[in-house]
Design a protein around this ligand. Structure first.
Ligand code: F6R
Length: 642
């Protein structure tokens, strides 16, 4: 029997992903460890299709998406073009959408994005590229959209449609309420969509309110659809789309009725699927220690009972009879899991000298440890682990803070202008401040900061950081500003990591020879700065792991301002007293440019200190609800083994 392209694809993805039993799922999906490996496979599917069509002298019609999700797919296609001769001469493309109104030359336009990531680097014929024009006059818009549809029809429809998914459940810009059979049209963007885009527009007020988008019907007519979703911020909408009922308020659910769709997910985006979150409800499990704890914590939260009160019946009623068979009775299992959680709690994050450490998260020996706290931006240290930082210093460890990036783009122009004017007033002979003042006053939305403006903004963040680290008792020579080069573009889009970034990281570790490293393990946004900062740390650890001193080095990951580890993942829980919570708050306050409505707020409008206090309080409450002692707040860490 001859396989057609759809069969071929599902076989490829099945081999690549874990082929597991599923339940409740209505869309074929494959979960990959990382978005990188997944993106490469998707790029190969596209390349195979292009080549297959070329061999038959046919055109290949691609529907393309923008946003952060497909970036690596385009990067791989460009690589294949350059290194393997993949040609795009037989390719015709139709982009899903464009903001409206939007000029093509605007760096935030999807037009700009597509040329920057794909079209400028491959041999596609310019006349074969179609992207909705964000400058069509309102009078012509209706006809323009009809013509866009007709153009797709005229080339025989879309062979392969690449999609991302918005947190509203939009595909293209088909926001909730979109019709199943909708075609290309203009649409008003949801607030959540605009707030997700605020980051690249330097503030929600600059995000257009409307867009032109292909319709749900246009997308559904594609012969093959692949939707990409990366990171935990997509996990909830992926669950709704894959497991929920088809509904207009989650337009991506319409894909349940398409018979050749694959969702390609990374682990973060799949986190809420039933087979991942609660596999015991789907299949018989291999009960690892981590899975046991996950299941017991889940059961305790579900029943509203502390762990030590869970009964055999609770386990049997909730898909965990297999676990009981392995473990004996609920009584034994409860005590074991309770102790496990109990042993994560310590007021001695650097280890308690002279204490029995067999049931403590950190080692007692090496009473005075050398510690590096890596902070992606100048403030993540105090926001995410200010209390632990405070304790480490107070308990006599040699703490070094390493700010990985300058954080300059998060300083607003108004704030920078204020400092430039002060500097001018203090030093009337310097014309450096004049140049910056003139630049900032004339700066438009499309301008990238000048080098001088960036320097000033970085200096502002340095001074704020030093104020906070001094407050927590750290000498200035233990504060390191790494200014990793990948970040220094002056724009949201950063450079790729280079050897220079890696060397800077390795040199610092090599100089300090730490016993403990803390780093941000916040993977919510796979393309965000935190992820890149973590990647470069992992690369550095890989380079240095054979060094003698690294045998004594333990790595602890904290999470940023946006998420916290799940309770079952926590391996070190550092409680904070009410007074320590206040000290932490105070340290965060020194980062004044990041207070009062910061530029990169996300969809949570609360200030960082409020958000993080809430989060630390919630972790403490979760521990308490599980039956453990009641603390004011807890900072949480997970160990990384390299
Ligand atoms: C982009 C598009 C949108 C995005 C979605 C996810 O052309 O149509 O549907 O795919 O908003 O965006 P990212 O990938 O940035 O999370």
């Amino acid at each position: 029997m001859k396989l057609d392209i759809a069969d071929y694809n599902s076989i490829v993805y099945r081999e690549a992903g874990k082929f597991e039993e599923t339940r409740f799922e209505k869309i074929h999906n494959v979960i990959f460890k990382t978005s990188n490996e997944a993106s490469i496979l998707v790029a190969h599917e596209i390349a195979d299709l292009i080549r297959g069509k070329a061999a038959k002298n046919q055109t290949c019609v691609l529907g393309l998406a923008t946003g952060s999700s497909p970036i690596k797919v385009y990067e791989e296609l460009v690589r294949m073009h350059k290194e393997e001769g993949l040609s795009f001469v037989n390719v015709i493309t139709f982009n899903l959408d464009e903001y409206y109104p939007m000029d093509k030359s605007n760096i935030q336009s999807y037009h700009y994005f597509m040329h920057q990531h794909l079209f400028d680097h491959v041999d596609i014929l310019p006349e074969n590229v179609h992207i909705p024009d964000g400058k069509v006059s309102p009078d012509e818009l209706y006809q323009y959209c009809i013509d866009y549809e007709l153009k797709i029809k005229a080339v025989g429809g879309i062979d392969f449609q690449l999609l991302g998914i918005g947190r509203t459940g939009h595909i293209g810009f088909n926001e909730p309420g979109s019709h199943y059979n909708s075609a290309t049209r203009s649409i008003t963007l949801d607030h959540l969509t605009r707030s997700d885009a605020a980051h690249s527009f330097l503030g929600i007020d600059n995000v257009p309110r409307k867009a032109i988008t292909m319709g749900v019907g246009t997308v559904r007519n594609a012969r093959r659809i692949v939707l990409l979703a990366w990171g935990v911020s997509k996990a909830e909408i992926i669950k709704k789309t894959v497991e929920g009922e088809i509904a207009a308020h989650v337009p991506a659910t319409y894909l349940q009725e398409h018979d050749n769709t694959t969702f390609v997910l990374d682990e973060g985006a799949s986190e809420e699927l039933t087979r991942v979150k609660t596999p015991w409800l789907v299949t018989s499990c291999v009960w690892t220690e981590e899975l046991k704890l996950k299941a017991v914590v889940w059961l305790s939260e579900l029943t509203g009972k502390p762990i030590l009160k869970l009964t055999d019946k609770d386990y049997n009623d909730n898909g965990m009879s297999g676990l009981l068979t392995e473990e004996g009775t609920a009584y034994d299992l409860n005590i074991k899991m309770f102790n496990k959680l109990q042993h994560t709690i310590t007021g001695w994050p650097g280890g308690k000298p002279n204490a029995d450490d067999s049931n403590r998260p950190e080692r007692a020996d090496i009473p005075k440890k050398r510690v590096i706290i890596f902070s992606p931006h100048p403030d993540d240290d105090v926001i995410s682990m200010g209390g632990t930082f405070d304790r480490l210093v107070e308990q006599g460890h040699e703490v070094h803070i390493a700010y990985q990036t300058s954080g300059n783009i998060a300083v607003s122009d108004e704030e920078a202008l204020k400092f430039a004017e002060i500097s001018k007033a203090l030093n009337s002979h310097s014309n450096g401040a004049d140049v910056i003042i003139e630049f900032l006053k004339k700066k438009t939305q499309n301008d990238v900061d000048s080098l001088e403006a960036r320097k000033l903004k970085a200096m502002i963040r340095r001074s704020e950081s030093l104020a906070a680290t001094r407050y927590l008792g750290l000498p200035d020579d233990q504060v390191h500003f790494l200014d990793l080069p990948f970040y220094e573009t002056g724009t949201i889009k950063k450079n790729n990591l280079s050897q220079d970034d890696l060397e800077i990281m390795c040199n610092l570790i090599e100089n300090i020879k730490p016993h403990q490293i803390y780093a941000a393990g916040d993977l919510a946004d796979p393309h965000g700065t935190h992820k890149v900062c973590l990647d470069v740390l992992f690369e550095a650890l890989d380079v240095l792991k054979q060094r003698d001193y690294m045998k004594d080095c333990w790595v602890w990951l904290y999470r940023g301002a946006w998420h916290e580890w799940e309770t079952y993942q926590i391996e070190m829980a550092v409680p904070l007293s009410p007074d320590q919570v206040l000290r932490k708050r105070h340290a965060i306050f020194y980062h004044q440019t990041q207070k009062d409505g910061v530029m990169f707020q996300g969809d949570d409008s609360r200030e960082f200190w409020v958000r993080v206090e809430d989060r630390n309080r919630l972790t403490a409450k979760k521990y308490n609800d599980l039956g453990l002692a009641e603390y004011a707040a807890i900072e949480a860490f997970k160990r990384y083994h390299f």
